[in-house]
Design a protein around this ligand. Structure first.
Ligand code: HEC
Ligand code: HEC
Ligand code: HEC
Ligand code: HEC
Length: 271
């Protein structure tokens, strides 16, 4: 094994930058957490100015600044929630996830916490509405920052994933057979489907989809067909009615939803 020199970097900081208390910040504030970094590592802001409005530009306030503290309970809870709700079925977080929507490591490096909170509180059409109270949002936003600050091998540069969306297909198979109840984001055809009556199926056949076919068995090309033929066989209480499909139709469905969109770094690429 090659020993990589690991380095904790946040995607918004250049390796080796900051890590020192900033004199201008200290003209108004006392030092704290000096052993964990400099003011900018946890709070951002503009260290060149001693005028409050400028010094605080893009500031990460105290409630969102726990992401660099080892063993933070907020970060741990937020991380769990991100897994349970399956944010990674659409987003890259901490270098892992599906590339169906924005790379959140990138968003976190460019946006202030308030903007992230607003995006989750008032989601766009194809993002589910989680209806979370403020305390949960605090945890999740702290966890998003923590994920964007990760140990990276020294030779790994921050990654930017670009993802092109195609045109929406009017006569799409998914729209016809599933779209009355489900929405989905696809690489080839963009967002499809009309209502949120049923779960958002983005990234259904990837490891990041939160719901499993059966216990620990994720949905895959084989068992999805079984589920559609008879959902009650695996979920006795499910509200989904059977949608039996001919082989040819099923192939069309897979063409829409089974693209390879996951970013799963090789074992020592991240962390
Ligand atoms: C001119 C004085 C001044 C300077 C310079 C200044 N601050 Fe502040 N800061 C304040 C005051 C006053 C408050 C409390 C009121 C407020 O939040 O605006 C505050 C609040 C804060 C808070 C808490 C905000 C919250 O809601 O949790 C943080 C974090 C902070 N400052 C970080 C910084 C950092 C980092 C710098 C340097 C880049 C800096 N400040 C520069 C005066 C200053
Ligand atoms: C390791 C991350 C970290 C570093 C480094 C850090 N802070 Fe904080 N800061 C926090 C956290 C977390 C809070 C929330 C309250 C707490 O835990 O103390 C906070 C809160 C604050 C507050 C709000 C008032 C308070 O104490 O609750 C101010 C002001 C502040 N920090 C300024 C600074 C300045 C100036 C520096 C640089 C000397 C700095 N911080 C360095 C994480 C950090
Ligand atoms: C079904 C797909 C989907 C899921 C699941 C999802 N999102 Fe999103 N999210 C989107 C889309 C679409 C956007 C709008 C930006 C875009 O088109 O990529 C977005 C935008 C965002 C933004 C704003 C990004 C920016 O730069 O403006 C944040 C923050 C965000 N999502 C957080 C989350 C979190 C946290 C979760 C999990 C709790 C989550 N999302 C789950 C689809 C999704
Ligand atoms: C008439 C509405 C309706 C239609 C049409 C429909 N579904 Fe569903 N589907 C649902 C509902 C409601 C659920 C949630 C079931 C539950 O609560 O257990 C669901 C659940 C699912 C699940 C399980 C995921 C989960 O989170 O539980 C999959 C997979 C699924 N549907 C795929 C499809 C596919 C693929 C199609 C099109 C071929 C489709 N559905 C058509 C209503 C529908």
């Amino acid at each position: 094994m090659v020993a990589h020199l690991a380095l904790l970097i946040c995607l918004w900081l250049l390796p080796g930058a900051a890590l020192a208390a900033e004199p201008r910040c200290l003209s108004c504030h006392a030092v704290h957490y000096a052993e964990l970094g400099g003011c900018l590592d946890c709070h951002r802001g503009d260290p060149r100015s001693s005028r409050l409005e400028i010094a605080h530009f893009g500031l990460i306030s105290g409630r969102y600044a726990h992401f660099r503290r080892p063993g933070s309970i907020l970060v741990e809870r937020g991380g769990k929630r991100i897994d349970e709700t399956g944010c990674r079925r659409c987003h890259i977080i901490g270098g892992r996830g599906n590339r169906l929507a924005t790379d959140l490591d990138q968003s976190v490096s460019e946006s202030a916490p308030g903007e992230l909170v607003e995006a989750i509180r008032r989601p766009v059409l194809f993002m589910p509405d989680f209806h979370w109270p403020d305390a949960l949002l605090d945890e999740v936003v702290n966890a998003l920052y923590a994920a964007a600050c990760r140990e990276m091998a020294e030779d790994e540069l921050p990654r930017i994933v670009h993802f092109e969306r195609g045109e929406e297909a009017g006569e799409n198979f998914f729209v016809k057979h599933c779209g009355a109840c489900h929405r989905v984001l696809t690489a080839a055809a963009g967002g499809l489907g009309e209502t949120d009556n049923a779960p958002n199926l983005s990234g259904l056949l990837t490891p990041f989809f939160p719901v499993k076919y059966r216990e620990d068995e994720p949905f895959n090309r084989d068992n999805l067909k079984k589920y559609l033929d008879n959902p009650r066989q695996t979920r006795p209480l499910t509200r989904m009615a059977p949608v039996p499909l001919k082989e040819e139709d099923y192939r069309q469905l897979l063409e829409v939803i089974a693209e390879d969109v996951s970013l799963i770094p090789a074992e020592n690429a991240s962390r």
